[in-house]
Design a protein around this ligand. Structure first.
Ligand code: SME
Length: 163
């Protein structure tokens, strides 16, 4: 049984190095995208502090459709370009929103969310979905979180078949 190790908040860069190593171990030998997305979401949610939601949306045509996640039930379909998720997918860049109330097109799936980080998933140059993290704390995500979660997203993409 895989047991995530407790990760300290004291050294965020080290935290993400450990998390990346744990994820590589967790996904080793398995390429099913749904299984790997489920375990990636669970690992993130159980090891990173101060999250209320962590999970995936996968691109189906021009719509992001809810994939495996941890947290409260969420919006199922997000049009490309809409919300933080759709904007990150359309711009093909990570979006870090310190205050979701100040992001005009934010989609409030969980009223507890105050800040959000969305990393686009890119395979062979094409967006295939996003990794989305929400926090009840404003400004929860910094540049170290962004770099760490971009690495986590890359490990998921390279370690999985197309979703
Ligand atoms: N807040 C997101 C929607 C997804 S939920 O946070 C799970 C957005 O604005 O795209």
């Amino acid at each position: 049984m895989f047991q995530p190790k407790p990760i300290s908040r004291a050294a965020p860069a080290l935290l993400y190095a450990e998390l990346a190593q744990q994820l590589e171990g967790l996904l080793a030998g398995e390429r099913d995208a749904i299984a790997n997305a489920a375990n990636t979401a669970a690992l993130i949610f159980t090891t990173l502090p101060d999250l209320n939601w962590a999970g995936f949306y996968f691109l189906r045509g021009d719509t992001l459709v809810l994939g495996p996640f941890q947290g409260n039930p969420a919006c199922v379909r997000i049009a490309m370009g809409r919300g933080v998720c759709g904007a990150a997918a359309q711009r093909r860049e990570t979006l870090r929103v310190d205050d979701v109330k100040a992001f005009p097109d934010h989609i409030a799936c969980d009223s507890a969310s105050r800040s959000e980080l969305v990393v686009p998933l890119i395979r062979d140059g094409a967006v295939i979905g996003v990794l989305d993290l929400d926090s009840p704390i404003p400004g929860r995500f910094d540049s170290i979180d962004q770099a760490g979660l971009e690495r986590i997203a890359a490990i998921f993409v390279t370690g999985s078949d197309a979703p």
